[in-house]
Design a protein around this ligand. Structure first.
Ligand SMILES: Cc1cc2nc3c(=O)[nH]c(=O)nc-3n(C[C@H](O)[C@H](O)[C@H](O)COP(=O)(O)O)c2cc1C
Length: 328
């Protein structure tokens, strides 16, 4: 078996989660890799040509290893092909069976991982030939494949897939938490929300600022924002559209308030506008015009420990100091 962790040889066991629609874009992923972690591009909901451009831009900014994340239920295959052709070092797949992609990835010397929320999914990915598993806990921001806490999943899944390396995701935002999770057998951590609160993340400032004024009790796991990816639970910060839906008795689609209405648009690199309708899965990226009260504000319980927006470089300094000081 290929030893992914040794061969990647990053200085620190800290990855950013590949947050989709390019929230984890070239700026964020390259800064994380440059800081000594593994930067992972968020290719979810993107077409192959845009993914190819994102990989090329990232490779201008760093020569260190990089990863890319693809959401399989939203994929038409062009995104995975762009990752293969672009020569990323790590491909993280989410939500569906990775088996169809394993041989191709490995023949190109790309490590292939599956983010899994249950022992059954993790064993299936391991049997398919994964080089590693990202273990997700229910604390996670964004789409959540688990109903179990991270600590519980970690204990069971590590045993089930041993000796495959496991990376932990969900609710982690401090050095003390990272140290604790590594002491329980995780080989690295994958942080989403904590890296969302950085200058380099390609998210709207209003969305980033909402992370600072919200706490974990302001988050909820729901299936409300389902446009483009139905029946997939996701953790969000409660906002106006969520409250309006609940106040109206939480009806199913297509009977939700304002169903299908235009709520804003995203400027595309070629000058076109991507029009968004209510209950889209699309997050508030920087180029969004509209109100964040109408979009899913993906965030994990990890917001409890996020009080400032940092540069990635500074965030690494903070986390590494916290790790060094933990248990002193
Ligand atoms: C804004 C945002 C977008 C996300 N997008 C993706 C994605 O495209 N693909 C994916 O596999 N996971 C995605 N996730 C989930 C992460 O992979 C990870 O499981 C989660 O961020 C861990 O919890 P944390 O946010 O508390 O660190 C996203 C998370 C957030 C916060």
């Amino acid at each position: 078996m290929r030893d992914m962790i040794d061969r990647l040889n990053t200085k620190y066991p800290i990855w950013n989660a590949g947050m989709g629609a390019g929230i984890a874009g070239p700026e964020l992923a390259s800064a994380v890799s440059e800081a000594g972690g593994l930067g992972v591009l968020g290719c979810g909901a993107m077409q192959g040509a845009d993914v190819a451009a994102m990989i090329a831009d990232t490779k201008v900014l760093t020569k260190k290893p990089i990863g890319a994340n693809v959401i399989l239920p939203m994929s038409d295959g062009s995104d995975v092909a762009a990752c293969f052709d672009g020569g990323v070092d790590v491909l993280v797949l989410f939500w569906d069976d990775i088996q169809p992609f394993v041989k191709d990835a490995q023949s190109r010397e790309i490590f292939i991982l599956s983010q899994c929320g249950s022992p059954e999914d993790a064993v299936r990915a391991a049997d398919a030939g994964a080089d590693g598993i990202i273990i997700q806990g229910v604390e996670s921001g964004g789409h959540v494949s688990s109903s179990q806490k991270l600590s519980q999943n970690l204990e069971t899944i590590i045993k089930h897939v041993n000796p495959l390396p496991c990376i932990a995701a969900g609710g982690l935002s401090t050095g003390a938490q990272i140290k604790d999770i590594l002491s329980r057998g995780a080989k690295a951590v994958s942080l989403g929300t904590r890296f969302l609160a950085t200058h380099e993340a390609n998210a709207a400032d209003e969305y980033k600022n909402r992370l600072l004024t919200s706490r974990s009790e302001d988050t909820v796991v729901t299936q409300l924002f389902d446009g483009g990816w139905p029946k997939a639970p996701h953790r969000i910060i409660i906002n106006k559209d969520y409250n309006t839906w609940v106040a109206n008795g939480s009806p199913d689609a297509p009977n939700r308030p304002g169903e299908g209405e235009y709520i804003g648009h995203i400027a595309q690199p070629d000058g076109r506008e991507l029009k968004l309708s209510r209950y889209t899965t699309m997050p508030a990226i920087k180029d969004f015009t509209g109100s964040i009260e109408n979009l899913p504000l993906y965030a994990g319980t990890s917001i409890d420990n996020i009080h400032t927006i940092e540069s990635v470089e500074n965030l690494f300094k903070i986390l590494l100091t916290e790790i060094a000081n933990a248990d002193k």
